[in-house]
Design a protein around this ligand. Sequence first.
Ligand code: COA
Length: 327
Amino acid sequence: MRSHCVKVLGTGSGIPEGRLTNNDLEKMVETSDEWITARTGIKERRIVKPHESAATLSLQAAWTALERASVSPSELDVIIVATVTPEMPFPATACILQDQLGATKAACFDLEAGCTGFVYALSVAEKYLRGGGGEKALIIGVETLSRIVDWQDRSTCVLFGDGAGAAVLGIADEPGVLATYLGADGRGGPLLELPAGGSRIPPTSETIERRLHYIKMSGNEVFRFAVKIMEEASREVLRRARVPIEDVDLFVPHQANIRIIDSAAKRLGIPRDRIFLNVQKYGNTSSASIPIALNEAWEENRIFAGDLVLLVGFGAGLTWGSALIRW
Ligand code: COA
């Protein structure tokens, strides 16, 4: 009989080599390493070179995840790419990746759920496989936020970075993804948006002049929302899986700001040694943040077979999501 569990079979990442430190930013806008470190925990972020893009980073992450999962591209039934910075508006970055991988039988689409994109992709792929859509899925979170950041706006440009993370999922006999929880509140959309370039405000020389093709954010409001929703989303997925919080071996939160993570962890009563942190190295890489962290946690031997891992994210939309995984 067909099994109804979906496991993570392998992870990977695609990290650009270009580094931008807080000291570099001091030369670009009126800021300081002290301010950025104290307010965000970020020390540096990775930035793509002109020849790099969503597809090149995704391809790197995908090959590593496939190799570790011992899955060949031709076995993939679906590819989902979560991103707010796709290769282009269409075709989907997932289709471009499919062609480069030679994953000929995979259905492909992109998914946009702000920084929660990877958790959304995980939840959708898990249900797709469990619902009979196939045996193997490739999910990616990828961003080249440096291409949509306003490098003259010190309140946002210090926060974001580029990168990709991937996971291969497969039908298995033993439990893997135990529960997921997704949510959204569109009323909060204006708090974090890229106003122009879509059907409401198509690109013109005026929209470029008015800097409407860059990220606009109300930092304080997003901060308050983030702390509250990280706690709620963590508790809800644990409730769905009937797992007490003490049983979680590692929390892998969206890496937006160390203060958001610390405040949420305090509300949940989670000690620092059970939280994976790499925001200091990459800044906020949106959809790529959780899969990069998950992959790095695995590479650094912070996750072992049988461990309970909790992913929790929030982002533009506003959106939020959580997933509890038995590794
Ligand atoms: N360097 C120096 N000063 C800066 C600065 C920078 N890079 N950016 C802003 N400031 C200034 C502000 O102008 C303000 O000055 P003022 O008091 O003279 O007006 C002061 O610092 C305080 O700004 P404030 O916005 O209150 O700081 P904060 O403590 O809220 O921190 C954020 C700002 C953006 C770090 C914080 O709000 C945050 O992390 N929000 C969530 C953002 C996020 O995670 N977004 C992604 C969601 S997926």
